[in-house]
Design a protein around this ligand. Structure first.
Ligand code: TTP
Length: 195
């Protein structure tokens, strides 16, 4: 059993997929890149801060100690970090900047047990099909982009916009499963054997 410090329904589904029992913990952090911070450093720092915040919540609620997993996903276009859009207009602009181009989806995971913390980064290249503003607006109107980095979800209607990927599909959705299983094994947690 582990804690999943995440409010993302996608992360819960993905963790279920590899048969790791977990208890969800809710925690909040400020997600703002520092000046001159690289996208890689930013997502790794976010994942680590979520793990630290989750550990603090666990302690404050007097819950039993167990390894805790957190993650952070950003879409990176050139050197620009695209988080979740603030409004439909911004979602549309984000989508149009991705149209016909290749971008990176970076997901960092962090696992801590209070003594050691391991952070691992997964980067996937995503090639988008070219599309126009009308199509972007129609997609935004579905509501799907609002809570997703880069304003799309590859696991939903957004799949229509994706031409190809090179890397980890689960990493794009928000939790790279190979890396997650690998890091959890460092904490004695083994997928499906722990069911
Ligand atoms: C690119 C992409 C992102 N996403 C999602 C994954 C993440 O949930 C979200 C990025 O936001 P995050 O800040 O990484 O995570 P979150 O706020 O949803 O959840 P948490 O409580 O763990 O902080 O974008 C998809 O679901 N599909 C996609 O194709």
């Amino acid at each position: 059993m582990i804690y999943l410090a995440s409010q993302s329904p996608r992360r819960q589904e993905l963790l279920k997929q590899i048969g790791i029992p977990f208890q969800q913990l809710v925690c909040e952090i400020d997600e703002i890149p520092e000046v001159d911070e690289s996208p890689e450093d930013y997502v790794c720092r976010m994942a680590k801060e979520k793990a630290q915040a989750g550990w603090t919540v666990m302690k404050a609620r007097d819950l039993p100690e167990m390894p805790l997993l957190s993650a952070d996903t950003s879409v990176v276009m050139g050197s620009k970090i695209l988080g979740k859009p603030d409004n439909p207009e911004q979602a549309c602009d984000m989508l149009l900047s991705l149209s016909g181009n290749c971008h990176a989806v970076m997901t960092a995971i962090a696992v801590t047990n209070g003594h050691k913390t391991i952070v691992r980064l997964s980067t996937t290249q995503v090639q988008m099909t070219p599309f126009d503003r009308a199509r972007a607006e129609a997609y935004v109107a579905t509501g799907e982009p609002s809570d997703k980095a880069g304003a799309y979800g590859i696991q939903g209607y957004g799949a229509i916009l994706v031409e190809s990927i090179r890397g980890s599909y689960s990493g794009v959705v928000g939790l790279p499963l190979q890396e997650t299983a690998d890091v959890l094994s460092e904490f004695g947690i083994t997928p499906w054997h722990s069911l």
